[in-house]
Design a protein around this ligand. Sequence first.
Ligand code: GDP
Length: 287
Amino acid sequence: MHQLQRMRRLVGANCLLRRCSATWRSSTKNASFSEVLQLEDKKLTGLVFPLQGLEKYLTPGVNTASFRTFNPSLDDIHRAEALFKPSSKHVIDYFSSAVRMDHAPQLSQPEVCFVGRSNVGKSSLIKALFSLAPEVEVRVSKTPGHTKKMNFFKVGKYFTLVDMPGYGYRAPQDFADMVEAYLQERRNLKRTFLLVDSLVGFQKADHIAIEMLKEFGIPYALVLTKIDKVPKGLLVKNVLEIQDFAEKRMHGCFPQLFPVSSIEYSGIHLLRCFVAHVTGNFPLMNS
Ligand code: GDP
């Protein structure tokens, strides 16, 4: 924990250690990483590295090497956060929407996209990722039958984040028209994030998405959403099952899962750091 102590000294947080969780919860929405560093060790690990926080619920001998495939230091995570903090020189904002690929903006920055079934928690996650830029409007179109769009968000000159239409009640049309065409054509796409509900696991529509990603040879990572809703024992079981499936059957999938809660804010800082890393903006210095 030397690294943690160093970081705490850096942010001058000593006097605020062991803040109570009620206060923490109420302030999570705009929480910056220097505030997270004020938490006691166990809470900090659970919040920043949710997979590592689950290790104590595992039976001895379970191999957890893939829990740390992406293993940035706290300092790395702290520095990566700068990309998500807007300033006059670093504008983070909604850019445009498109219903077809020929309407998609031509952007040269690296891109990441988020895909998942309707209701998986995609808008909530994108809002959480952008919570340090509260003026960013994450548009949500949920009316059944309403045309859904791809929404493009520019993160300064560094990268673009694309919110893809949720698949579900208008699939497979949405998929064929937008998601499939986008995945196939987008040359600057660096990573796709496939969101899966940590309580219900893979559904039929997720398997279709996985097949598509495999067919196009697209690198992707799995994000497990809503982990605050799942009792820890069940979460561990689901994580291990999903991980096992990913290792054996999901070619192109990053070996480490990213569990998140957009309500409790778990896993959000780590995911920001991973996004910064895969868009080529952020070599890890201190891992
Ligand atoms: P989308 O359709 O994928 O964009 O899903 P939303 O982000 O709109 O979320 C769908 C529902 O799940 C909403 O009622 C959210 O409040 C809820 N939800 C989203 N993320 C979380 C989470 O991390 N934890 C919990 N408990 N609920 C969540």
